[in-house]
Write a protein that binds this ligand. Structure first.
Ligand SMILES: [Zn+2]
Ligand SMILES: [Zn+2]
Length: 192
């Protein structure tokens, strides 16, 4: 979607859209599943810039961090950006002005400081939401997705999926052949 900044000059513009991205477009592995990204946002006039406030929600399937099985996550994120038109006004970052602008933005339930809010410069009065949302989706992807919170992961020795039960490596105690190997391993380790 393209939003003309001019249209938000005097009152907030609301927008809603559902964006679909291919995994490749976002640099995800081909197998990773990304559902449509639902965006609900407003662009509000603030002094001579704008505050973009948008909520994103989407479902993404990535490889489980422990066992590599598909791990689905529901992601909800909020994007706050100070949108600055460039070209028309070049000097607009004078001390103090920024905090005031943010405080007068919508959504007063959240305390905003300049650190929480990124800055986006927009040329030609046109804010293209797609690249912006794509970038935010990548930032919000779970870094350590789990197929379930108690995923047992893979055996570090044989690679078996421990969610399916114990592998043959098992606890060494039960099997004398393994305990002999274990003893040897410990002796070798001690030599380091
Ligand atoms: Zn897992
Ligand atoms: Zn094993």
């Amino acid at each position: 979607l393209q939003i003309r900044l001019e249209s938000a000059r005097f009152e907030p513009v609301r927008w809603e859209e559902d964006l679909t991205f291919s995994p490749g477009e976002l640099g995800l592995e081909p197998g990773g599943g990304l559902g449509p990204v639902a965006v609900r946002g407003t662009l509000s006039p603030v002094a001579s810039s704008y505050l973009l406030d948008a909520r994103l929600s989407f479902r993404v399937t990535l490889a489980c961090d422990r066992c590599t099985a598909p791990a689905a996550s529901e992601v909800e994120a909020r994007v706050l950006l100070n949108v600055i038109p460039v070209g028309a006004r070049s000097r607009r970052q004078e001390g103090g002005a920024r905090g005031e602008q943010l405080a007068s933005g919508e959504g007063g339930q959240v305390e905003l400081s300049a650190d929480d809010v990124g800055t986006l410069e927009v040329a030609d009065d046109r804010l293209d939401t797609r690249p912006l949302i794509a970038e935010q989706v990548v930032l919000e992807l779970p870094t350590r997705p789990l197929c379930r919170t108690d995923c047992a992961g893979l055996c570090p020795r044989c690679g078996a999926d421990l969610n399916l039960g114990e592998c043959r490596c098992g606890p060494a105690a039960g099997d004398p052949r393994w305990s002999a190997l274990e003893a040897l391993r410990n002796r070798l380790a001690d030599r380091d």
